[in-house]
Design a protein around this ligand. Sequence first.
Ligand code: IMP
Length: 195
Amino acid sequence: MNNQLVFATNNRHKLEEVSAMLANKHQILSLKDIQCNEDIPETGTTLEENALIKAQYVYQHYNMNCFADDTGLEVEALNGAPGVYSARYAGEGHDSVANMKKLLSELEGKENRKARFRTVIALIIDGKVYQFEGIVNGHITTSKHGTEGFGYDPVFVPEGYEQTFAELGNEIKNQISHRARAVKALVEFLNKQSY
Ligand code: IMP
């Protein structure tokens, strides 16, 4: 394998996080870097399927080693919802405010507020598929707190803390988050490869 690896995303924050962790060994390319302007459809019904769909798209169309991620917030009292539909829980448009409003209203009066963020990464190297997972357990608050981060951060308190991700800030979040854990598993795997 050569040292180029496509991360099937254009999210600058994710690219920086992963590039820093793989600094010496891999050159991480974004979708933009390989001139892929396609909005790859996420038609799967699980995080695993969606991550694989995105990685396979790049591998098949560009013949380059690559990986892709997909994340969802899984709430126990809602049988794992919004899960794979987290970005569009309140409808198409990826509106975090509307998504959190819906989540808080679905959980109104519910005692069980346990939830977890789960990230799945699908990696394809020379046609072989590998999968990695990162989870952070926690609970959903009854109202929004904090201004940092994105998505459901103002309503999610990770286990072992009393503040939401949006109050804790990126420095702490990036050490313990679902994505950080999945990326760490990916990086450990890649660093063990001999080539
Ligand atoms: P994606 O797969 O990383 O695009 O994440 C899908 C959706 O999950 C996002 O649109 C957010 O609503 C939510 N999400 C993913 N990661 C986080 C996070 O770290 N904090 C809060 N919400 C997140």
